[in-house]
Design a protein around this ligand. Sequence first.
Ligand SMILES: C[S@@+](CC[C@H](N)C(=O)[O-])C[C@H]1O[C@@H](n2cnc3c(N)ncnc32)[C@H](O)[C@@H]1O
Length: 269
Amino acid sequence: MAPPVPARAVFGNGTAHSRDQHRCLAAAYDPVTLPRLAAAGVAPGWHCLEIGAGGGSIARWLADRVAPGGSVLATDRDIRDLVPGPNLEVAALDVARDPLPEEAYDLVVARLVLQHVPSRDAVLHRLVRALRPGGVLQIDEIDASYEPPLLTPDAATEELYVRFLRAKAAALRAAGGDPHWGRRVPSALRAAGLTAIDVHLNIDVRHAEDPGLGLQSNHTRNLRGRLVEQGMTDEDLDRVRQLMRDPSFRAASSVFYSVQGRRPGKGHR
Ligand SMILES: C[S@@+](CC[C@H](N)C(=O)[O-])C[C@H]1O[C@@H](n2cnc3c(N)ncnc32)[C@H](O)[C@@H]1O
């Protein structure tokens, strides 16, 4: 039987758009996320939980890394793009509603998920309780308040790109999201009771071949209905895609935060 499909997801799964989005996410952000997890010490025997695992690229890497003896549970409110494998279980879990086991994991990771969850601060407290004492929480999020166009053919296309970014931010906010939440993650992890907060920032130049721009292009289609509600027309969205294919176009990426903290106490392997 097909898994149930949650209503009103900003980014739903189980479509050609979602699979393209997951490919772009992995290409754009795994080069930052995975070395951070390696630096946290993920090793054979670790038990790991991923929240909002999307297409599963992080979970697959973890499953390989924790063998032998470890395990990975990849969860999402919509698991249609997740496939189980060796050391890798998949389960439907809406992190805003469903209970989590307590003191069960050496690592909990969530990338680009909690910005979409209105109760994100309360969720963080529950993620901390899911960690064993000494366990690591890694939250990777963007702050999209800084991602200006840098080289465009003319002022009209520059204005169009800025209008697209504003419409996207407004659409995410209208659904209860916070596209600037990345900057709040370090203090939110401290407020949730974690120690040894470690903050890493990443910013890049976007160009036609860059997966980060591929992701923006995906959003023109994936979020089309919501962007139209925010005043963009299909013609505008065509022109944004055309601009992003222009080999001379350059824009700054949003700021990507990768933040780790540890649950106080001994007991970690
Ligand atoms: C932008 S995608 C990120 C996917 C993956 N974490 C990555 O970075 O490649 C957001 C994911 O969060 C999931 N999601 C959104 N709200 C959720 C919730 N309340 N509980 C669990 N997953 C959620 C969506 O279904 C989607 O798969």
